[in-house]
Design a binder for this molecule. Structure first.
Ligand SMILES: Cc1ncc(COP(=O)(O)O)c(C=O)c1O
Length: 1009
């Protein structure tokens, strides 16, 4: 058959090309590749009307005649040698078929493309806007045919509802049909024009790569064109865009905003998008249900309706709120009353009756800061304690105000969460204004009102007593005010519909026992419309939706005669922080991630940005026992108010810390030095080696990192051998000798070589031999036990045994940097050297031992300490301060008390099992290695050569960050994903990480295909 159609192409268009058959529902489609170009050959079904093809060809021509700046990527019709758009050719069975040829776009179906970002959806919308504007002037007789997919004619499904057996589903479709019927007059009043009518996810092509943002490369298949209001086109595309989106409303808003950017929509059209979208889904599912009845053996038909049913059943969003969102996305006012109402409120602000009575001037009340940055309430941002909720402000304050639009971590109830993972998005931004005053304080109506609703919401952290008042501006526009945390019995006398005059007392503030459990206050919220939310107003909203909600519920200061600028919260400026950094910090101080982050709170393995958005921290190993551990904070605070001085005085905290550290060490290592950082500890380790051996020569692995001081940079190949080393005045000192990292995945000796450890160690022996030959003497060997910046490497298990044997026989010391690997992170081992079954001469500890407080520790053998003691006094002003000692001791105790090493072991097992599963599914995961919560995922672009996939690692790390999961990348080629969370991480978090990593890896598959 392919040969037949190849001949047709040569004959009709004079083209030589190879053909591949493509999918097609009714017609035959072939991809045609000539040496220079790509086309699609369309062979229409037997009996196809010429007018149908003519309509498509002319519309494509019409679209190609538009100005370049508004060009929509639609295929170009290739005319035959005789200059026709299409012709007739007989198929192999001798049947006449209409054939035509169009240009082919590169790209993947939107259905299969990942990620489906907001920017991409907006671009699609903008093309659709252009297309509908351009098709307005296109006409063709065939557009007027009867067509079941024309939304204007979709009423046919009503007669077919009997085909849906499931009652819940039937009810959903019945409701959609009823709602659609109610809109028919509005719809019929809209002008009709030619529309594409089928911008579904298989008719949209997308291109993109790891370093090119995805873009719409084509919109194809104009075979469903018809006459209808242009909003139908948008609703149909919307019906596909929302499916399988975690945030369908946001995705739809992007599409609508995109259309509006190129073809401004009217408020009426915006209002029709959602009901029409649902009607299109209803037509789809009814149509496929009927098809399934006709084709009972084709399971694909039922499967294909799955996403549409799932959407209709699971996303019962309020049409009113979606309309508000879509209007907001288009920059349209919330409704016609919104603007005049706000203008009237601001004109009269200052003259409304004072809410707490004429004697209380709220303008004199101080603002209290309950923001992410300004408050440590609650200590645990996942669970506010009753005593915290009941004492949000200083008890000495009689009156105080809480900010409008303030991000707060106090809303810890499940009801405030928008997802199922512990660090899923949550509603943090306060949409009202709080007035803190004693329980019992009377509230007076600020202006005339009708009681709209009264309720007692008894759940913990809810409102307790709550009242909603309805007001009317002189223009007749209605707006509403809500008062929460009231004494429920104070509002029971109120009746819905009751009229209040300005100044009437209508409620009293409640006690914590009946106001939801909060410090007595009233939450005041204003709403310009209750369309879609009824009486269930969100008091706090997701930061990403804050601007939308601000348009529904503006600052109630107007009603309270308060200054808007004083009562509206503004967070610490991220831009300012970045500017100061740029202007006044060294330029080689780097920020993590493409989009810099500002974190204001931490808790366990979570971080919170300036708007309270939670992040899962799978990156930072310094907060070993978790960010902001209360026990660490407490011992530090208590020590600071007592004494914090230096190691020249005796103090029990110092001996306690030494005993704690040594309790985990082999008995041979019994002398401690306390310093302030890993760098300082490694400096000291070098001095110990030199003092004990009288030598200077050091052997160390490639790509090691030991610190930022002159001495440690000298031994850190990661620094002195980096591409920028020369510009930084760095080079390899003549007393430093490098060996390969014992990397048994990518190095010269691999995992299948039983002698790999010995062979890598042989390089140490070779250096020693050369030193001897040159009359030099070895001071020691220093290595991170498991090289971290080297790529989260786990050396062969006998590597250090062989190395230490060589080093010791040459009189050198064996120094183990356990900064990254120590203190239980490995799960199976407290220190990395235990896994290697060696006892070092000097052990260096840092980072995690202070959980964020700067501490370094060096532990050595008494004989080495004795050699060092022959030299001048050793003193580090802050090393071993009382503060550092109590913090270090507490961290080690917490590791024991909370069994964090066991947790590292358990979570490590879960993580490794999940990562290995991902490795089987994603070819770019070359290796998964590590122990416990010291994990490396080595990404490759070619399984045979194991070529490092640096770009993929960069993409994955940044996309994971967008998904609010932090991880890093490491290794000489920066291609190893580094996962090193605080040891508190839980199973749900690990599953969250794996779920997202799988999703991002799928994106990689698409973007690198
Ligand atoms: C293995 C290792 N050693 C030493 C250091 C230096 O520690 P500090 O930054 O506390 O000076 C680091 C820091 O990243 C490290 O990873």
């Amino acid at each position: 058959m392919l040969q037949h159609w190849s001949r047709a192409i040569a004959h009709i268009w004079g083209l030589e090309g190879s053909l591949t058959q493509l999918d097609g529902e009714y017609d035959l489609n072939f991809s045609v590749a000539t040496p220079t170009e790509q086309f699609v050959l369309k062979v229409m079904r037997p009996g196809c009307e010429q007018a149908f093809v003519d309509m498509q060809c002319l519309s494509l021509e019409h679209l190609h005649q538009q100005s370049l700046s508004a060009q929509v990527p639609v295929p170009q019709v290739i005319t035959t040698l005789e200059g026709q758009n299409f012709t007739v050719y007989h198929d192999p069975r001798g049947k006449p078929r209409i054939v035509w040829l169009v240009s082919k776009f590169e790209g993947l179906n939107y259905a299969h493309f990942q990620p489906k970002s907001g920017v991409l959806i907006h671009q699609l919308g903008s093309y659709m806007g252009h297309m509908s504007a351009q098709l307005e002037s296109f006409n063709h007789a065939y557009l007027k045919r009867d067509f079941k997919w024309n939304l204007m004619q979709s009423g046919w499904i009503e007669a077919e509802l009997g085909c849906i057996e499931n009652l819940e589903r039937k009810e959903i479709i019945t409701t959609i049909v009823e709602q659609f019927k109610a809109l028919e007059t509005d719809l019929n009043n809209l002008p009709q024009q030619c529309i594409h009518n089928d911008v579904n996810d298989y008719n949209i092509l997308v291109q993109g790569s790891l370093n090119q943002a995805p873009y719409i490369s084509g919109i194809i298949d104009l075979g469903d064109m018809c006459l209808a209001p242009r909003v139908c086109d948008l609703a149909i595309a919307g019906a596909y865009i929302v499916l399988d989106q975690t945030q369908p409303e946001q995705a739809l808003a992007q599409l609508v905003a995109g259309v509006h950017s190129s073809a401004p929509l009217t408020a009426m059209e915006v209002a029709l998008v959602w009901p029409l979208l649902r009607m299109r889904l209803a037509v789809s599912v009814v149509n496929s249900t009927l098809m399934a009845l006709d084709n009972p053996d084709d399971p694909y038909i039922t499967i294909s309706q799955g996403p549409a049913w799932a959407f209709l059943q699971n996303h019962r969003m309020s049409g009113g709120l979606i309309e508000a969102r879509l209007r907001f996305a288009c920059g349209l006012p919330l409704n016609t009353a919104a603007k005049p109402t706000l203008a009237w409120l601001s004109e009269h602000s200052g003259a409304f009756f004072p809410l707490l009575g004429a004697d209380i001037d709220l303008n004199q009340a101080p603002m209290v800061n309950l923001s992410v940055e300004g408050s440590s309430i609650p200590q645990d941002p996942f669970s506010i304690q009753p005593h915290e909720a009941q004492q949000l402000i200083n008890p000495n304050l009689q009156l105080a105000l809480g900010y409008y639009l303030e991000p707060r971590l106090v809303y810890t109830d499940k009801a405030f969460k928008n997802g199922s993972w512990p660090s899923s998005n949550r509603r943090t931004v306060h949409l009202g204004l709080d007035i803190f005053a004693p329980a019992g304080t009377a509230l007076h109506a600020p202006l005339a009102a009708t009681v709209e609703a009264i309720d007692n919401r008894q759940a913990n952290l809810d409102y307790g007593g709550v009242v909603i008042l309805r007001h009317r501006s002189p223009r007749g526009d209605e707006f509403y005010s809500l008062y929460g945390h009231l004494n429920p019995s104070s509002v029971t006398q109120l009746k819905v519909g009751q009229e209040l005059s300005a100044g009437d007392v209508f409620a009293h503030l409640g006690e914590p026992s009946h106001n939801g459990g909060w410090d007595p206050h009233v939450h005041v919220q204003l709403a310009l419309s209750i369309e879609g939310m009824g009486y269930d107003w969100p008091g706090a909203v997701d930061p990403d939706d804050m601007n939308l909600w601000q348009s529904v519920c503006p600052n109630p200061s107007l009603l309270l005669n308060l200054d808007h600028d004083v009562t509206q919260y503004s967070p610490p400026s991220k831009d300012h922080a970045q500017q100061v950094r740029q202007d006044h910090f060294g330029q080689n101080l780097k920020l993590s991630y493409a989009e810099p982050l500002m974190f204001l709170r931490g808790w366990r393995h979570y971080l919170f940005d300036e708007w309270g958005r939670p992040y899962l921290d799978a990156y930072n190993n310094v907060p070993h026992v978790g960010h902001a551990h209360p026990r660490v904070a407490q011992v530090a605070a208590e020590q600071l108010v007592r004494i914090n001085t230096n190691s020249r005085y005796l103090h029990p905290s110092r001996s306690a810390f030494a005993e704690q550290v040594l309790s985990h060490m082999p008995s041979e290592l019994s002398v401690c030095y306390f310093v302030n950082s890993g760098s300082e500890a490694n400096e000291l380790a070098l001095r110990l080696a030199r003092a004990h051996t009288g030598a200077k020569q050091i052997i160390t692995p490639q790509h090691g990192y030991f610190g930022n001081t002159t001495g440690t940079v000298d031994i850190s190949a990661y620094k002195f051998a980096s591409p920028k080393a020369r510009a930084g005045g760095l080079s390899q000192p003549d007393w430093v000798h490098l060996v390969d990292v014992a990397d048994d995945y990518r190095g010269q000796y691999r995992r299948d070589d039983k002698a790999a450890g010995e062979l890598y160690a042989q390089q140490v022996a070779q250096h020693i031999a050369t030193l001897k030959a040159n009359g030099e003497q070895l001071a020691g060997f220093i290595a991170e036990t498991f090289p971290s910046v080297g790529g989260q490497i786990v050396p062969p298990p006998d590597y250090l045994q062989h190395v230490y044997k060589h080093v010791r026989s040459a009189g050198g010391l064996c120094i183990a940097d356990e900064v990254q690997t120590g203190l239980g992170r490995l799960g199976d081992f407290y220190f990395g050297f235990e896994q290697q079954q060696v006892v070092p001469d000097v052990v260096v500890l840092g980072k995690p031992i202070g959980n964020g407080h700067p501490i370094g520790v060096v532990v050595t053998r008494p004989a080495i300490a004795a050699s060092f003691a022959h030299g001048p006094e050793f003193f580090s002003t802050f090393g071993g301060s009382n503060l550092s000692c109590v913090v270090g001791t507490e961290v080690l105790r917490i590791v024991e008390d909370e069994q964090l090493m066991n947790n590292a072991q358990d979570m490590g097992k879960l993580l490794f099992a999940g990562l290995r599963k991902l490795q089987r599914e994603h070819a770019c995961i070359g290796d998964v290695r590590g122990f416990g919560l010291f994990v490396g995922v080595d990404l490759i672009s070619d399984p045979d050569s194991r070529k490092p996939a640096t770009q993929i690692a960069d993409y994955v790390k940044n996309r994971m960050c967008e998904e609010r999961i932090l991880m890093g990348s490491e290794g000489p080629d920066d291609n190893v994903l580094k996962i090193r969370p605080p040891l508190t991480i839980g199973a749900e978090d690990v599953n969250h990480l794996l779920h997202m990593l799988d999703k991002v890896m799928h994106e990689v598959k698409v973007l690198t295909a």
